[in-house]
Design a protein around this ligand. Structure first.
Ligand code: NAG
Ligand code: NAG
Ligand code: NAG
Ligand code: NAG
Ligand code: NAG
Ligand code: NAG
Ligand code: NAG
Ligand code: NAG
Ligand code: NAG
Ligand code: NAG
Ligand code: NAG
Ligand code: NAG
Length: 820
């Protein structure tokens, strides 16, 4: 453990901050509705989840709307809602109907049977009829709490723990019979294929159902358990009379006997509508739920453990909510700023982003249905392709304990399946997008925390073997895990039109994108090899392989007068031409740019213009290939001015700061101001694309702090922060590192800073010592405790001449960087 730096000025600062943080409730600064606009009709749908959840929660409780797209269940518009359900994802793409959304509750005022016991046709528990409009402006969300009110006056509120929660229904008419539907069959994707429900006369409900995962070929089985705090008049089941008539129901209620339904597995999705119905005459009903991936009995014990019945015989709503809020306060307070002093828009963006970046991955420890293990199990690693660039590097700064558990889950995936997980979603492997991008995550853990691995409980020999196996072996089908290493090792690139003689299959598209990502993956093995004292032979082998991205480089392709672009390549060595603007936002021709047999561009959710900038471990190679500093800078400028920058997708993330590698951090500073104020805002449409498991949130956090991580390394590019000062806490090292911007100028907090605005980094000192670089800072300094002073000025000409300073450019393998 490193001691907190003891300089008197720093102690003073710390005092100020602790006063500020006592006075300010950081959770109150989080806007959970950022990124909840509808993505319909070309809208900027962030698919952010605004419901109740603790950090890294499994239970993510929230309302679900009737119209798609609705990946996270919720949309902040006037659409009707079909229920409140227990599990959700954060900001994903994939199935536009959404993922999870299991076992929703839905409240009714009215009667399902008339006084002769005959079914009332107005009571239709099925999804088609069951939709309620929200009263305008009644959606309320804060960390650990969500509430909405129907036009009919029924209010729904929720709060939660890791695997359990409470949902409170307040009905407007106290003397009415009120019903709750407990839906068995409708997840967001309407993908039910089998399940059971049992319900007791007291309203104890246990459910289990099998559903399709939202981004992958498999299915999963989830379980839930419900109890209610109010006297039950009657309880029972409903089901559609047959599968071809899902809106005509058999309802059977009883006040004396248990009832159950069972639907055996059908290979196609079942349209059956079925579940439980419970009648109450209380004006307020609280439901307690537990969720599990193991059994309904475990769902019940999760509920009992996490939300015990107090000695007064109640569930303590206020305590659960306060606990959730405190957990969030703990996470958010690892990045402290003076919230009164800084720009309030920036403050809201920062804390809202930090919030979302700790919603995922989801802690499913104890809920692994596939193997027994003493190691943690996480879900919503969805996909590593999205999150390796920013989410994991952010966790590395301020959440080392959480991060080490997640890293252990990656390693345990390898331990039990032979490969590290790439896109685990709904507990099971989803589709591989490009490389096996857990590799840079594990490599980065090795370079940052190898010395602390024992304390953190991460077996590093296993981590290294996981990397090597994923770098060497090819699974029988690399659709959902692993890489096409047969091709990579045979050709030193990913050929088009090659049938693997080993018989291994996968989706043989996206060749150029995969080669770039495989290269970074191999660099991650090299880095881990150095950190873990592995053999020189291994280190050299993976260093060499990490440079193979150059083999996808066709020097003869030109676009806008710039020469040399990444391209597809046949096994005979000839390149296959793709216009470099294909799949950019201004591509004039409709192309499939995603996964799928019909993607024939060689690139994945990106263009050659963009992917040609992707070699974080050796950008110097790209600068050379592109013709040197001046042409490189022109080319980056052209990429932005011609509209090739895809702000809403991850392959673009490294480009705004890539000017650093041509010695022009001044241009990065201006570009990042522009990106932040053009593409992000505090509005519901304030994320330029899907939040992508908070990849966007973590990116924005880095931009605001004036940092950008070089993946699988200890380097961070340093930039021009959007606040005058901030303090990062690292709970493992027990350090506080205060970054102060000397000369901070808030007139630069705009898309185009005014001439003379002090936005250019002039010097950086760490604990009083000039680092000699205005381009790069090491992880050890970012989390080492003490004071980092970033001096800024507004002299653009001087900044352009300054370059990176005497310590030189950020590292590249090409120029001898990342030394052993
Ligand atoms: C902090 O703010 C949240 C709303 O975000 C509120 O629920 C909570 O009670 C507040 N806590 C304190 C201690 O004021
Ligand atoms: C919902 O909002 C849309 C778009 O603002 C509007 O066209 C529509 O009429 C609204 N519907 C209702 C039921 O208010
Ligand atoms: C109950 O509903 C049935 C069918 O609609 C109807 O025939 C019967 O009269 C109703 N009984 C009462 C008491 O309303
Ligand atoms: C509720 O009670 C009021 C007053 O006794 C009565 O007028 C009304 O019909 C009742 N409503 C229901 C739904 O039973
Ligand atoms: C879904 O799960 C069942 C067992 O519950 C299994 O038999 C079936 O093959 C699975 N289907 C898919 C598409 O994975
Ligand atoms: C399903 O139920 C509906 C409504 O009762 C009925 O009209 C229809 O014939 C039934 N279909 C089958 C296949 O049983
Ligand atoms: C800059 O600070 C001044 C003085 O506190 C304030 O009035 C102004 O609104 C701030 N501008 C921005 C863009 O934050
Ligand atoms: C995950 O859950 C386990 C079991 O409750 C707990 O020990 C661990 O601290 C949790 N980790 C995170 C990051 O939530
Ligand atoms: C580029 O073009 C030149 C001249 O036509 C040709 O000789 C060379 O082989 C080409 N290079 C590649 C990699 O196709
Ligand atoms: C290489 O293979 C491609 C695809 O089969 C073919 O079009 C091209 O002519 C070949 N080039 C050479 C030099 O044989
Ligand atoms: C590019 O600029 C950097 C930083 O100013 C400098 O170190 C490097 O030598 C330049 N490269 C070339 C090829 O001029
Ligand atoms: C904060 O900065 C934004 C963006 O420049 C500006 O619109 C806003 O007015 C500033 N807020 C304050 C309080 O100055």
């Amino acid at each position: 453990m490193k001691p907190i730096h003891q300089r008197p000025t720093f102690l003073l600062l710390l005092l100020t901050f602790s006063n500020a943080s006592k006075a300010t409730n950081l959770t109150s600064l989080v806007n959970l509705f950022i990124g909840t606009a509808s993505g319909a009709n070309g809208g900027s749908g962030g698919n952010a989840f605004p419901g109740a959840a603790v950090p890294h929660a499994m239970a993510k409780v929230g309302i679900d709307v009737s119209t798609a797209p609705r990946q996270a269940g919720y949309i902040h518009d006037n659409s009707s809602i079909t229920g409140i359900s227990l599990l959700h994802d954060e900001g994903t793409g994939g199935n536009t109907d959404g993922g999870y959304g299991n076992f929703p509750l839905f409240p009714f005022i009215g009667s399902c049977t008339n006084s002769s016991g005959v079914n009332n046709p107005e009571c239709e528990p099925g999804i088609a009829a069951r939709a309620a409009l929200r009263a305008a402006g009644t959606d309320i969300a804060s960390p650990g709490y969500f509430s909405t009110t129907f036009v009919s006056g029924i209010q729904i509120e929720t709060t939660s723990t890791r695997r359990a929660g409470l949902i409170r229904f307040t009905f407007p008419v106290s003397n009415a019979t009120n019903y709750l539907v407990v839906d068995l069959t409708n997840d967001l994707g309407r993908s039910f294929s089998s399940g059971t429900i049992s319900i007791s006369p007291l309203g104890h409900v246990e459910l289990g159902g099998t559903f399709l995962q939202s981004y992958g070929p498999s299915n999963y089985t989830a379980y839930a358990c419900y109890d209610f705090d109010s006297p039950v008049l009657q309880a029972g089941t409903y089901q559609s009379v047959n599968t071809s008539s899902p809106t005509v129901f058999d309802i059977s209620l009883s006040s004396t006997s248990n009832m159950s339904l069972e639907f055996p597995f059908t290979s196609s999705v079942s349209p059956i509508q079925a579940g439980g119905l419970i009648a109450f005459n209380s004006s307020q009903v609280v439901a307690r739920f537990g969720v599990s991936m193991i059994s309904s009995a475990q769902a019940c014990s999760n509920a009992e453990d996490e939300i015990p019945t107090t000695s007064d015989g109640v569930w303590d709503w206020d305590a659960i909510m306060a606990n959730s809020n405190n957990e969030w306060e703990g996470v958010l307070s690892r990045v402290l700023i003076n919230v009164e002093k800084e720009n309030s828009t920036v403050v809201e963006l920062l804390y809202s982003s930090l919030y979302r970046a700790s919603l995922i991955p989801a802690n499913f420890t104890g809920e692994n249905p596939y193997w027994d293990s003493p190691f943690p199990f996480f879900d919503a690693m969805f996909c590593s392709w999205d999150v390796f660039r920013t989410v994991h590097p952010l966790l590395s700064l301020t959440s080392p304990q959480e991060w080490s558990q997640i890293v252990n889950a990656y390693v345990d995936g390898w331990r039990n399946t032979g490969y590290i997980p790439e896109c685990r979603a709904n507990t099971t492997p989803g589709y591989v997008q490009g490389g096996s991008d857990g590799m840079p995550i594990l490599g980065e853990f090795a370079v940052k925390y190898a010395a602390n691995a024992e304390e953190l409980g991460v077996p590093m020999d296993d981590l290294y073997q996981a990397l090597v196996d994923t770098a060497e072996n090819t699974p029988p089908n690399w659709l959902t895990v692993g890489r096409q290493n047969t091709a990579w090792k045979t050709f030193d690139y990913i050929p088009t039109d090659w049938v693997d003689p080993s018989g291994s299959v996968g989706l043989p598209t996206r060749e150029a994108s995969r080669a770039y990502e495989y290269s970074l993956g191999d660099f991650a093995v090299r880095q881990a090899g150095i950190a873990l004292n592995k053999s020189q032979a291994d280190i050299e082998k993976y260093a060499n392989r990490s440079m193979n991205f150059v083999n996808m480089w066709d020097p003869n392709v030109t676009s806008d007068g710039f020469s040399g672009f990444a391209q597809r390549r046949y096994q005979n060595g000839t390149f296959a031409f793709t216009d470099p603007i294909t799949c950019s936002p201004v591509d004039p021709i409709a192309h499939s740019c995603a996964r799928g047999d019909d993607n024939d561009s060689g690139f994945y959710e990106s263009s050659s213009w963009e992917m040609s900038f992707f070699a974080p471990h050796s950008v110097a190679t790209l600068v050379q290939l592109m013709g040197g500093n001046t042409t490189f800078v022109d080319r980056v400028n052209n990429y932005f001015s011609k509209g090739y920058f895809t702000a809403g997708n991850e392959p673009s993330f490294n480009v705004p700061s890539i000017y650093h590698y041509a010695g022009r951090p001044d241009l990065s500073a201006l570009r990042i101001r522009n990106v932040v104020f053009t593409d992000f805002s505090t509005q519901i449409g304030g994320i330029p694309g899907n939040d992508d498991s908070a990849a966007m949130a973590a990116l924005l956090t880095f931009h605001l702090l004036g940092l950008y991580p070089v993946q699988a390394s200890t380097q961070l590019l340093i930039g021009s922060p959007f606040v005058s000062s901030y303090t990062l806490m690292n709970p493992l090292f027990n350090t506080s590192t205060t970054f102060t911007v000397s000369g901070f100028d808030n007139t630069t907090l705009v898309a185009s800073p005014p001439s003379g605005g002090r936005v250019f980094v002039k010097s950086v000192t760490v604990n009083g010592v000039d680092t000699g670089s205005v381009c790069v800072i090491d992880f050890a300094d970012v989390v080492g405790g003490g004071e980092v002073v970033i001096e800024v000025d507004g002299d653009a000409d001087a900044a352009a001449l300054r370059g990176c300073g005497p310590a030189g450019l950020p590292d590249s393998l090409e120029t001898g960087g990342f030394p052993m």
